[in-house]
Write a protein that binds this ligand. Structure first.
Ligand code: MF3
Ligand code: CO
Ligand code: CO
Length: 275
């Protein structure tokens, strides 16, 4: 999701220097590491506030601040979105993970003045074939988006690639939330749409840092936000999955700054699955 401050125009992309990129690495590494640890907590019977409490403590223990906490009034330290929740699910003691659920955990750390933003969708216990299809399609959407990123490519190439794959598999791409530039700000320009047209929108340059974070729905792409002001759910109550990385455009391609150091627990592609 993207919000711009009043003095920031939507087109003022902040190009990062080599020093800025080095300074962003610890925040991105910590966000990824926190997600790797949080992943191990995913299992039937666990409430989502317990996972948030872990994320909060782990972040502070590593000298960082959880960016979501108090961000525009957001009350918790990460977002945990189950099944039909598209994004911005608020961790809660009464939201208990059940066998067969899918759950996205979205973590943003601030360290050394910079942000790192990463998320993944996890399987709670044993997933249905439909859940696997949605989650694996979404995982591939992020990979396909990342594969477009190099100097001279356009932001529209990312969206076009993701949209073609998701819709080709009978799913829809969320329009109301998008990826974003990131750095000293949580949400900087540009917006990174996960749908669109090749050779349109911003031309990518070395030193741009942004997230790609496709939200893919089993049904339609329309959403509504619950009365808590945050929780975005699908209008048709069908399930939604999401994966996110923070990416830097390099001289000849890109680098994923929030790369994991080991395969994520509870988010492996099931044995024998293929498209
Ligand atoms: N991490 C989310 C993103 O990917 C933003 C969450 S904003 C919050 O952009 F306030 F809900 F935390
Ligand atoms: Co995020
Ligand atoms: Co993000």
């Amino acid at each position: 999701m993207v919000f711009f401050s009043k003095k920031q125009k939507a087109n003022q992309v902040i190009i990062k220097t080599a020093e800025d990129i080095e300074a962003m690495r610890p925040a991105c590494r910590l966000a990824a590491q926190t997600l790797e640890e949080a992943a191990k907590l995913v299992k039937p019977g666990v409430d989502t506030l317990s996972i948030d409490e872990f994320v909060h403590a782990y972040t502070l223990d590593h000298g960082a601040v959880p960016a979501p906490l108090n961000y525009r009034g957001y009350p918790k330290s990460c977002c945990i979105s189950v099944n039909e929740v598209v994004c911005h699910g608020i961790p809660s003691r009464t939201k208990i993970l059940r066998d067969g659920d899918i759950v996205n955990i979205d973590i943003t750390s601030i360290l050394n003045g910079f942000h790192g933003d990463v998320s993944a969708t996890f399987y709670v216990g044993t997933p249905s074939a439909k859940a696997v299809d949605l989650v694996e399609t979404t995982r591939r959407c992020l990979e396909l988006g990342i594969a477009q990123v190099r100097p001279g490519a356009h932001l529209g190439d990312i969206g076009a690639e993701i949209q073609a794959f998701a819709e080709g598999r009978g799913f829809s791409v969320v329009r109301d939330f998008v990826g974003h530039g990131i750095g000293r700000g949580f949400h900087e320009p540009p917006t990174v749409e996960h749908y669109g047209t090749r050779n349109t929108k911003l031309r990518l340059e070395e030193g741009m840092v942004f997230t790609i974070e496709p939200m893919i729905n089993a049904g339609g792409f329309l959403l509504r936000v619950l009365s808590d002001g945050w929780t975005a759910v699908t209008l048709d109550d069908k399930w939604s999955a999401q994966f996110e990385h923070t990416i830097v455009v390099t001289k000849d391609g890109c680098e994923v700054l929030t790369k994991f150091s080991a395969p994520l627990a509870n988010s492996q592609t099931p044995e024998g699955f293929s498209f």
